[in-house]
Design a protein around this ligand. Sequence first.
Ligand SMILES: Cc1cc2nc3c(=O)[nH]c(=O)nc-3n(C[C@H](O)[C@H](O)[C@H](O)COP(=O)(O)OP(=O)(O)OC[C@H]3O[C@@H](n4cnc5c(N)ncnc54)[C@H](O)[C@@H]3O)c2cc1C
Length: 414
Amino acid sequence: MDSYDLIIVGGGIGGSALATVAARAGRSVLVLERSEVFEDQVRGEWIAPWGVTEVRRLGLLDLLIGAGGRYLTRHVTYDEARDPAVAEAAALPLNIFAPDVPGPLCLGHPHHCQTLFDEAGRAGATMLRGVVVESLAVGAAPGVIFSVEGRRREARARLLIGADGRNSVVRDACGITLDADRPHHMFGGLLVEGVEGWDEDKQAIGTEGDFAFLVFPQGDGRIRVYGSYSLRDRGRFSGPDGARRFLDSFRARCSPANAHIADGRPAGPLRSYANNDTWTDTPYAAGAVLIGDAAGWNDPIIGLGLSITYRDVRLISNLLAGSEDWSEGLFAPYAEERRERMRRLRFVAKITSTLDAEFGDEARERRRAYFERSMGDPTLGLHAFAVLGGPESAPPETFTPAHRARVLGTESDA
Ligand SMILES: Cc1cc2nc3c(=O)[nH]c(=O)nc-3n(C[C@H](O)[C@H](O)[C@H](O)COP(=O)(O)OP(=O)(O)OC[C@H]3O[C@@H](n4cnc5c(N)ncnc54)[C@H](O)[C@@H]3O)c2cc1C
């Protein structure tokens, strides 16, 4: 039976990033990845400025830039309650949120995973693909029984890492259940190619009618777009021409350049999710630690899962480097930091969902009033600052019912 310092289940973003850092630090690492090839599952391709700082602290930024990562430099919020010229005049520069970071970094998810997976192998980790995990042992003698290439194998480690995404089997083996709030809206995503005429340094969001759009260019006419719509319209984009209808939904008077996106071609699958937050106060057990989505995910409407995962990787790799005693207590500071981080980001996601992904007269008026009031009071936008600058970049009072009530104009109800 083979023996390692770490066995990491899941070789996506979190698993391969941690494997790289740990292997570079001299640890023996085995990564078990289920897929044979990383495919477009419609996951995150936008790393917030604070997430870029995390990537840099891990020593992985040059790798991602070398793999084609591109910075975006301007953000525009369009809305049916706003003239497009007014929205564009209020464009936000994106280089102000983290020191020496030009803006958010965009990189296609499958390519991002493969880049990290290869780097972990180069750093000395043993990387296996097409793996079926059959059973997991946590506790005093962590180990995995798995099959790969038709052979059944068994490996032991000092510690198991669950980096196996939303439906984590490591989480199940630890007996950890996630808390979850109720889904708020549907969220679909699609990669579009052949887009001509969109300013490729500009990201945009906006709401018009019964659809809210998010646009993140990747260069060379490729753009990752997402759209929010009502839970009641769950099946709105199903069927063979769903991707085409999804793209047509981007045509919006409030953002005339969206027509270029609608004229583009789908370059991957359209996937839709019922967006919510999940979390646990204790993302570890004896012999195992969870990172990334396995430890609970933030509502993708604010696009922070990659940044959260990179922060997890940094915290865990630092703890492992700083001690040879890898028993449960070592991970308490990680749990404590993650609990408050996820609480704050959950809070921001809820405000954002209410503002951007609710539709109809009342919602339109709420956004109009918010834009108007925030012109005179920039502190109203502090929750959005936390998305770009990180959950600790806004003062604690940002994450309170009083701030929410100020943003949504419901002070009298608070
Ligand atoms: C629609 C949508 C849009 C998003 N947009 C953004 C965004 O713009 N920015 C952002 O930061 N985040 C975004 N996210 C979130 C982000 O994609 C995730 O938080 C991030 O990918 C989590 O990384 P991870 O490594 O934990 O999990 P994953 O990326 O899901 O990787 C998990 C890996 O584990 C493997 N695996 C799973 N089960 C097993 C098993 N049993 N055995 C072996 N291997 C297994 C999988 O094959 C996969 O490779 C979005 C998410 C969604 C759903």
